[in-house]
Design a protein around this ligand. Sequence first.
Ligand code: HEC
Length: 259
Amino acid sequence: MKNIFKISYLIILLLAGTCQSNAAEKVELLKTDWSFKGLFGKFDRGSLQRGYQVYTEVCSSCHSMKYLSYRNLFEPGGPEFSEDQAKAIAANFEVTDGPNSDGEMFIRPAKLSDKFVMPFANVKAAQAANGGAYPPDMSVLAKARSGGVDYIYSVLLGYEDPPNGVTLDDGVYYNKYMYGNNIKMSEPLSDNLIEYRDGTIASKEQMAKDVTTFLMWTAEPHLETRHKMGFKAILYLIILTILVYFSMKKIWSRIESEV
Ligand code: HEC
């Protein structure tokens, strides 16, 4: 019996040891002060609007956003562009519609009800244009990856020269935070790559933060409502606890005084 205890003790120690060494090897993700974190967290509208600009001007040539429609851009809780702005944004894109009365497909400007236009016709076309790698759809990427927003932010800022002795194939880049450190996406951001409409200086860090904030919203469009509900639920529970406490006092008061 004693031996069983000894053996299990050793196994636990061993497991604890391996967990620790794993933790030591894992690279710490970069962190920044996200406006949407915490119980009262809300999206920074300016950041969401700038993030949309970064997505459209930089990422959307490779990454699709299949669950988003142009009308989402003016709905509450998101970037909250005005309806006219959202209409103007949609009108910049072309979609294939039809068939018309002649049985032919035709091209028209996108409307609010249209989904975001895809950069490639299908997965194969996307892979063919990207050296065999598929640029993942971005709608829910922030929720689909462990590390979430911190991971995306870190990948965007994690490009480095490969360490001595590491050679990379053509079209493969070294990234400190990507799984296996190899990524088939060239560094998408560089300082002043775009010109922000609101005059914010477009540093690499700023663009990474804005576009990641935008990706958090596309992955969880109801985050603000959820936070509000959470706060209300906690308030309700606090009030309930106080009421229960005082009614308990009242119910037991007679018995206590009798004792
Ligand atoms: C030229 C095409 C191209 C552009 C532009 C581009 N990407 Fe990528 N991206 C890719 C490809 C291809 C992959 C897949 C890489 C791989 O699997 O090695 C990728 C992968 C990623 C990943 C890693 C996803 C994962 O699987 O963990 C993130 C995050 C990402 N891109 C974000 C962005 C953001 C944000 C932008 C815009 C600022 C952007 N990308 C612009 C082609 C592109």
